[in-house]
Design a protein. Structure first.
Length: 256
C-alpha cells in the first residue's frame, strides 16, 4: 500500500518525484542518493517494500482546547504555514538522506476530542512544502474547546504512524500546548505509550498562562532519543519558536 495522502491540487503538487534528473548534477547530491538507497536496504525487514522512505515521519499536534481562543489557534496555523514556506526549512528537508519528510496535522483537547486536520502528506520539494503551507493557512478549526489531555493526544498520535504508508528513519510527535495535562491518562502512561512504540515526543510549551510550562514539558511530556522542548512566551512568539523547532526536528540524526 502506498502513502496515504489527500487528493486535490495541493496533493498533486506534493507528488513531485524526490530525485529529479536535473538535481543530480553535483557529487554531493549523488552521495546523498547513494546514502538514501543504502538506508532503504538497511531498513528492518518488517517494513513493507511499498512504504515510501522518508527522513522523518512527523505528527504536528496543535492545542485546540478551551484555553486557546480563535486568534491564538490561528497564530498556531500561521506559524506552521510560515515555517513550511521558509527557504531554510525547505532546504533542511532537501539536505536529508531521502530528501523527503512525511507530515500530518492534528488538533487535540480532551480525552475524546482529537481530529486529523490534514492527512499525511509527502514533502520533498519547494512546491510540496508550499502546497502544505497553503492548506495549513486555509484550515478550519475542527476541535473547539475541551480540557487539556496531552496524554490522550500522544495516545491518539502513536497509531497514526502504522497506517501512513511511509517508512521513516525517525517517528516524532510534535506537541504544542499552553497548559498542564488535566484530563485522562497520567503523563507517565502517555509517555509509556510513545516509548513502547519507539516514538519520540518533542514539546513546544506556550507560556502565555503558565509560568515555567517548559519545565513541566521537560519533566513530564517529552520522551525518546534526542527529545527536547522549545518555549514560546506567548502565541505571537510561537511563530518564531515553531520554525526553530521544525528545523531541529528535520535536521536530527537518524536513531540507530
Amino acid at each position: 500500500m502506498g502513502p496515504i495522502m489527500e487528493r486535490g491540487p495541493a496533493h498533486r503538487a506534493a507528488l513531485k518525484r524526490p530525485f529529479k534528473r536535473g538535481d543530480q548534477g553535483d557529487g554531493l547530491r549523488f552521495l546523498k542518493t547513494v546514502l538514501g538507497l543504502f538506508l532503504v536496504c538497511a531498513a528492518p525487514s518488517s517494513v513493507a517494500q511499498s512504504d515510501y522512505p522518508v527522513d522523518v515521519e512527523l505528527v504536528l499536534a496543535i492545542d485546540s482546547s478551551a484555553s486557546v481562543d480563535r486568534d491564538e489557534f490561528d497564530l498556531q496555523l500561521r506559524g506552521l504555514a510560515l515555517a513550511f514556506n521558509d527557504p531554510e526549512v525547505q532546504q533542511a528537508i532537501k539536505n536529508g538522506a531521502f530528501q523527503a519528510i512525511a507530515v500530518t496535522l492534528i488538533e487535540w483537547s480532551s480525552v475524546d476530542r482529537q481530529a486529523i486536520n490534514i492527512p499525511w502528506r509527502l514533502i520533498n520539494d519547494r512546491e510540496s512544502a508550499e502546497a502544505f503551507a497553503a492548506d495549513i493557512a486555509s484550515s478550519a478549526r475542527m476541535v473547539d474547546t475541551g480540557a487539556t489531555s496531552i496524554s490522550a493526544a500522544i495516545a491518539y498520535s502513536v497509531p497514526l504512524f502504522a497506517v501512513n504508508g511511509f517508512a521513516g528513519q525517525r517517528q516524532v510527535i510534535d506537541i504544542s500546548g499552553d497548559g498542564f495535562n488535566n484530563s485522562g491518562r497520567t503523563m507517565r502512561e502517555g509517555r509509556q505509550i510513545a516509548s513502547t512504540a519507539r516514538v519520540t515526543v518533542n514539546g513546544l510549551a506556550i507560556q502565555n498562562q503558565v509560568l515555567d510550562l517548559g519545565g513541566y514539558f521537560e519533566d513530564y511530556v517529552i520522551t525518546g532519543p534526542g527529545a527536547f522542548v522549545i518555549t514560546a512566551e506567548d502565541y505571537e512568539d510561537y511563530i518564531k519558536a515553531i520554525r526553530r523547532k521544525l528545523l531541529r526536528e528535520i535536521k536530527a540524526s537518524p536513531i540507530s
